[in-house]
Design a protein around this ligand. Structure first.
Ligand code: MLC
Ligand code: AMP
Length: 511
């Protein structure tokens, strides 16, 4: 029995699933490449039995073929960040206990020593593009039966702990996440969507790739967010649906406003023709919502989600899309606000923590039973996000933890960045905070006390970090101070660190 998403793809197997300038890849091509990946992973074994397989595969047609290949072989897929540093990859390999990695040719040389040192099998993923090679074996009978209660995926998410935690979802969770969005946003086989988000997070994996392929829709992949190329295809009516993080809308507004009037009009009209534009992964400022509407006539649909729960709240497809609000629970999702004493909040305008229940909620943090237990109360997952209900809609107010930073849609742990910065020989103490930023939502900023006699500036610090942290975690501001603000217990007071940046930048002392 095929997994539900694969059954769905079989229904649309003759339709184009991915289109690039040079290739059209159908559902059938994807399924064949997935089986080939599965058989290559299995070798002689009958079932991977939830062995973890790292995915370092480009964000195009090769990705679903690799993901489904792992699933068909009975493994757990661990999609990883393509632009991560070696230490970040090594952390994921070791934490997840990865036994094989599926990748593409251009990463083989870099991955080989890391994998050899750990006895990890390194495989090049099958490409669904072009004619399948003559020796391609796609014997479905050789593949194990995989039930939907098995673990399917581990996504690493930064949080209130220094090192990222692996969020484990089962096939049933993923199925629930996809079905909820397909229903709420009325995905159709006639839909066409650009893909420019990374595929180590649910925004790209579930909301874009999985929903589209589940419905027989068409995906057009880009090499990251390439605004010129995206706008060109947009004006050719290549898309019907568009999903992005707020930073991308901010960038697009700036770019559109610099276009000559005729081109600006053409781009705005093309956006106006889309049937749906969604924003999520971080707060969309009401001002950006209004600006986008004024330019294009589109009312962005803002929704709220999290790696652990999939998408939970959404403004409606039909009905009022309220700027600054994230709407109501999606199909199959229970959402409730809780006060600090654990009581449910039923009245409006009372802030509380968002807690979520439903089939889409993850199973566990990988091999962290204590973290898993403390993330749930009475069967509800505690998001750590604070919201209020206003005229029936949820509005997010912020987060309980000051150590979580959302930058350009990426969730970052201040603690993880601090731990790395403290390894720098010139750094004695440091505190990392998020500062409100028009483009990024929040920008990473580091306040430091240096070792006696040492000097450090932002370019030097960034250069040093590049081998240790992914590019989006690097500090954008640096403040050197005599001492960090601490409370009576000796704990750094982060709101005061944020204030220090504001004060000192007014005095021109921040680099
Ligand atoms: C890039 N840079 C960032 C950054 N992205 N800095 C901070 N935060 C980020 N997110 C830096 C680069 O290092 C570079 O720095 C400079 O900005 C310009 O880089 P760029 O090449 O122009 O950026 P680009 O590669 O285009 O990336 C921008 C982006 C990307 C917005 C497309 O950040 C992105 O894909 N974000 C989405 C992440 C995502 O999918 N999140 C979903 C998580 S799931 P320098 O110093 O070299 O100039 C989730 C649940 C849910 O949240 O609800 O969806
Ligand atoms: P991640 O852990 O990367 O999946 O990020 C999930 C977090 O992103 C949530 O816990 C929220 O803090 C934030 N988030 C996602 N969507 C929104 C939104 N529409 N508004 C505000 N915050 C959001």
């Amino acid at each position: 029995m095929l997994l539900p998403i694969l059954q769905q793809v079989t229904r649309f197997e003759d339709s184009p699933a991915f289109r690039t300038a040079t290739d059209v890849v159908t559902g059938q091509h994807l399924l064949k490449a997935a089986s080939a990946n599965a058989l290559a992973l299995l070798q002689q074994s009958a079932d991977l039995g939830e062995a973890r397989v790292g995915l370092l595969v480009p964000a195009d047609h090769r990705f679903p073929a690799a993901l489904w290949g792992v699933w068909q072989a009975g493994g757990i897929a661990v999609p990883m960040c393509l632009s991560a540093t070696d230490p970040e990859w090594e952390y994921c390999f070791d934490d997840a206990g990865v036994s094989a990695v599926l990748t593409s040719a251009h990463l083989l040389d870099r991955l080989r020593p890391l994998c050899e040192a750990r006895g990890i099998r390194l495989l090049c993923c099958a490409s669904p593009a072009g004619d399948p090679p003559a020796d391609l074996v796609t014997d479905a009978a050789a593949l194990p039966a995989v039930s939907t209660d098995r673990r399917a995926m581990i996504l690493y998410t930064s949080g209130t702990t220094s090192r990222p935690k692996g969020v484990v979802t089962t096939h049933a969770c993923i199925q629930a996440q996809i079905e909820s969005l397909v229903q709420a946003w009325d995905w159709q086989s006639t839909d066409r969507i650009p893909l420019f988000l990374p595929l180590h997070h649910i925004h790209g994996i579930i909301n874009v790739v999985s929903c589209a392929l589940y419905c027989g829709a068409l995906i057009e992949p880009f090499d990251g967010f390439e605004p010129q190329a995206v706008l060109q295809r947009l004006q050719q009516d290549a898309f019907t649906v568009f999903m992005a993080v707020p930073t991308i809308y901010v960038r697009l507004i700036r770019m559109i406003e610099q276009l000559p009037p005729a081109e600006q009009q053409s781009v705005c009209r093309a956006f106006a023709r889309l049937r749906l534009m969604v924003s999520g992964s971080a707060a969309l400022p009401a001002s950006v919502h209004a600006h986008w509407h004024a330019l294009t006539g589109q009312m962005l649909l803002e929704r709220y989600g999290m790696t652990e729960i999939g998408m939970a709240l959404s403004n409606p497809l039909r009905g009022e899309r309220r700027p600054g609000a994230v709407g109501v629970p999606l199909p199959g999702v229970d959402a409730m606000l809780y006060d600090e004493h654990g009581g449910q909040i039923t009245e409006e305008h009372q802030p509380g923590e968002i807690r979520i229940r439903g089939a889409a909620v993850f199973r566990e943090y990988w091999q962290r039973p204590e973290a898993t237990a403390s993330a749930f109360r009475d069967g509800w997952f505690c998001t750590g996000d604070v919201a209020v209900l206003e005229q029936g809609y949820f509005r997010i107010l912020g987060r309980q933890s000051v150590d979580i930073i959302k930058s350009g849609g990426y969730k970052l742990s201040a603690l993880e960045i601090e731990a790395t910065l403290l390894e720098h020989p010139a750094v004695r103490e440091c505190a990392v905070v998020g500062l409100a930023d028009e483009t990024w939502g929040e920008a990473v900023a580091a306040a430091m006390v240096l070792q006696p006699g040492c000097q450090l500036d932002l370019p030097q610090l960034k250069e040093w970090c590049r081998e240790r942290l992914s590019y989006y975690k690097l500090p954008k501001q640096l403040l050197i101070c005599e001492a960090l603000p601490r409370n009576a217990m000796g704990k750094v007071v982060k709101p005061q660190v944020q204030q220090l940046f504001t004060q000192r930048s007014e005095e021109g002392q921040v680099s």
